[in-house]
Write a protein that binds this ligand. Sequence first.
Ligand code: ACO
Length: 449
Amino acid sequence: MANVVKLNKSSSGTSMSSSGSGSSVNSGGDGTVTVTLPVLKGTVGPDVADVRSLYKNNGMFTYDPGFMSTAACQSGITYIDGDKGELLYRGYPIEQLAEKTSYLEVCYLLLFGELPGRAELEKFEDTVMDHTMVHEQVATFYHGFRPDAHPMSILCGVTGALASFYHDSLDIHNPRHREVTAYRLIAKMPTLVAMAYKYSVGQPFMYPDNNLSYSGNFLRMMFAVPTKDYEVNPIVERAMDRIFTLHADHEQNASTSTVRLAGSSGANPFACVAAGVATLWGPLHGGANEAVLKMLQEIGDVKNVPAFVEKVKDKLSDTKLMGFGHRVYKNFDPRAQIMRETCHEVLKELNVKDPALEIALELERVALSDPYFIERKLYPNVDFYSGIILRAIGIPTPMFTCLFALARTVGWISHWMEMIGEPDQKIGRPRQLYTGPTRRDVTSLAKRS
Ligand code: ACO
């Protein structure tokens, strides 16, 4: 049997005891090994056993695929209590931010740690909006993609390519360069995303209009054409802004951790954010709201819901209820409740009767009263409703993840800035539990059967 490692907390620190065969570290008489580890305390949340010196002192790694119990960094940006269903940006509950602030206020908060005053906000809005245009050369990149390319593949490419335009501000050790890059990324993402959409439908790119709000400008770049006036619907604008706020950050999720890991090597922030875009594309992460819509279309009718739920519960079917479940939230996802309300507001305003919503509500009802989902603490997540809102607004399904990337850019860049600003920042380099062949010699091809 492999070594058994026990973690026992004591007032002087955490004791980790390891017993079993093959232990090479400080064995006691009974084969038990005790390693004392310091315990780190955050401002809120679980204590953290500090294993940094474990390998150096005891020749052991820790094993935690999927980072189920591992804090990969310290951070002061976002806090989630998955059991309580709580999400805080810099200490502020997401429900209050969604109700009382705009997305750009939230961006300021995530980047700088405090909500802006009126003058600070105006300056911030002006600065961000000043950066909304992209170099004309960027447009030529789009023409290199097939018109039926997935917009996330375009977004991965053009986001990384932005680095080639800003040689003047790529010194990651210069705080001013980092700040300008943050403004550029937050400002240009809506332009890049809207251009990906316009390219896919064969319409001309729309230049940004800096007289509009951040979200209003995005809607105009998506849906206006040069031949007609376009009026931004304030309810849709508010819903868009709220979707951006709810997706702005989510602590150390897969894409943010990717951005941090890429950034830890000293890679430029545009390349790091492109890596975040690539990670977000996966259906278990940012691709989930797209997958929710596909699932609702496959179900097709409310009457098919019970059979679909049975299929989800059948392990052999390999079917998941998309938009349900979360690695961290084991109670409700607080963002899902806000999305649910916004979803009804938008559908009412646009007078949309969407059969997908009826199916979604029935799925939610059936799943929330079924022991399979209750026992596993599976609740609707933010993506369960966001897809329906985006569809009602007229955003095609393949664009959904691009909007998520747009909104999450501020989270990625805030984490990147926090990490680069740390004095003892190191390149990220996980270790492994090697299970491959032990050393062996190569036989020549003639002797191999
Ligand atoms: N439908 C059916 N069963 C599920 C679902 C689901 N959506 N999610 C989890 N389960 C089941 C698992 O099969 C497992 O069952 P078991 O104990 O009988 O084996 C149990 O619940 C625990 O699931 P895990 O996979 O261990 O949970 P984990 O925390 O690793 O996964 C995840 C979280 C990936 C989000 C998962 O719930 C999922 O795939 N959901 C659907 C995709 C989705 O909506 N993703 C969006 C996440 S939010 C975001 O990225 C913004």
